[in-house]
Design a protein. Structure first.
Length: 187
């Protein structure tokens, strides 16, 4: 990044534009800025999840994810530049089976509930899906992106679902199953 902000009040965005990492300016309503904002919001929600009592391994994993999301946002803010490395996706791919193996098989849909940490992990999951949709929309709008950000967000949302279940399982909160009318009628 060429210019580091030393002053936050620059007034350069008063016209409704914002600067990218390559010093070009875009409308704050552009699809690229929308995607960057969604990734930033996801990182903030993960920061909120990190305020909860978490197992050390989950805490370390989420802290690493925050750094990778910053890389992902940086990549979105510098068209044509790659910051998110393949190792970031490989780390998620390794964590998924590790945490999933400890969980009972799902018998029904679960509600985003249980412990506070698990509920916040579900919030993170939904924001990750929204960020993923924003990146896909950016690509669909003709922007050329590396596949890493889309893949990372897709895998991260899966991991956040598994972590929510893991947190409920470890805190003894248990999962809250959806009470489907169809299934109730079958029993």
């Amino acid at each position: 990044m060429g210019n580091r902000l030393s002053t936050i009040t620059t007034r350069t965005g008063d016209d409704g534009s914002t600067g990218l990492g390559d010093n070009t300016r875009l409308s704050k309503a552009s699809a690229r800025i929308h995607a960057i904002g969604e990734v930033d919001e996801l990182n903030c929600h993960i920061g909120l999840l990190l305020c909860e009592e978490l197992p050390d391994d989950v805490r370390q994993l989420l802290q690493a994810v925050q750094h990778q999301l910053f890389n992902l946002g940086g990549e979105l803010s510098m068209p044509g530049y790659q910051l998110l490395q393949d190792e970031a996706l490989a780390a998620l791919d390794a964590a998924l089976p590790q945490y999933n193996a400890q969980l009972p098989r799902l018998k029904e849909f679960i509600l985003p509930a249980g412990s506070r940490a698990a509920a916040q992990a579900h919030v993170c999951r939904t924001v990750a899906r929204r960020a993923e949709r924003a990146v896909v929309a950016l690509e669909a709008g003709g922007e050329t992106l590396n596949p890493g950000p889309r893949r990372y967000l897709n895998r991260l949302s899966d991991l956040l679902f598994v972590l929510a279940r893991h947190l409920n399982h470890n805190h003894g909160a248990g999962e809250v199953y959806w009470q489907s009318q169809r299934l109730q009628q079958q029993s």
